[in-house]
Write a protein that binds this ligand. Structure first.
Ligand SMILES: [Zn+2]
Length: 244
């Protein structure tokens, strides 16, 4: 429904959203036939501008108006729109869509800390061959990159060792957010303070958004044979950061 798109207000492109919202499709078509000439020369820049433009005539366009309010308020995971990204300070670089699953089967209960065991995690998650991903990558210089919406299931902690206390529960990916911290091949380097601080800020923001039940986990709690996030990772600072 973006105004700059060629299909803006084309019936076909609105069909799935209209259907989702149980709109009357014939009525929708009639309304669009009236609206299109009205806004032809308006050069509207956003759906909100369209909403403002139509508001004085809202009685005439009940279907379109309810679709706009629907599009602005229903969770992105249940529409065909672009995914929502959760942390405004992160640079957005979407992972390949084949490297994660849309939606979640469980409520989010925490975050898993990982070390990348080498460079170029961002490029790898964009590669369709990877079949792995994390929601965030925190680079050594403190840059934070969001690659998967928290509303979706990234693939970073899905292998659970039989001796893990989580072996019998639901797949960790379904209830956890994953953060990869760029580290050396052995996940053993001393981490730059700027990288740690960026990670702490991100995790505190998650805690604020997910509340009491939100906890900090490490990859080796699930896959116990891993050295991840690795030695010299300040796990305690992350756990302390979300206390209280
Ligand atoms: Zn890991």
């Amino acid at each position: 429904m973006h105004p700059e798109s060629e299909q803006f207000l084309e019936f076909k492109s609105l069909y799935s959203l209209a259907d989702h919202l149980n709109c009357d499709l014939d009525q929708l078509q009639n309304e669009l036939n009236v609206i299109k000439p009205m806004i032809k020369d308006e050069n509207l820049k956003s759906i909100i501008e369209l909403y403002e433009k139509l508001r004085p005539y809202k009685e005439a366009f009940p279907t379109v108006m309810s679709m706009i309010t629907g599009a602005l308020t229903i969770p992105v995971s249940s529409t065909t729109c672009e995914r929502s990204f959760n942390y405004p300070e992160a640079k957005k670089e979407p992972a390949n869509t084949g490297n994660y699953r849309r939606g979640r089967k469980e409520k989010i209960k925490g975050v898993v800390l990982h070390g990348t065991a080498g460079p170029n995690a961002v490029q790898w998650f964009k590669n369709p061959k990877a079949k792995v991903s994390a929601h965030y990558v925190v680079e050594k210089d403190g840059r934070v990159i969001q690659m998967v919406s928290e509303d979706d299931t990234a693939w970073h902690a899905g292998v659970v060792s039989p001796n893990s206390k989580y072996a019998k529960g639901p797949n960790p990916n379904s209830w956890l957010i994953g953060i990869e911290f760029s580290r050396d091949r052995n996940n053993a380097n001393k981490m730059p303070e700027v990288q740690i601080k960026a990670g702490l800020k991100l995790v505190k923001d998650m805690k604020r958004r997910y509340g009491k039940q939100f906890g900090v986990y490490t990859h080796d709690q699930f896959e116990t044979t891993r050295t991840c996030p690795g030695p010299k990772f300040p796990v305690k600072r992350f756990k302390d950061a979300i206390k209280g």
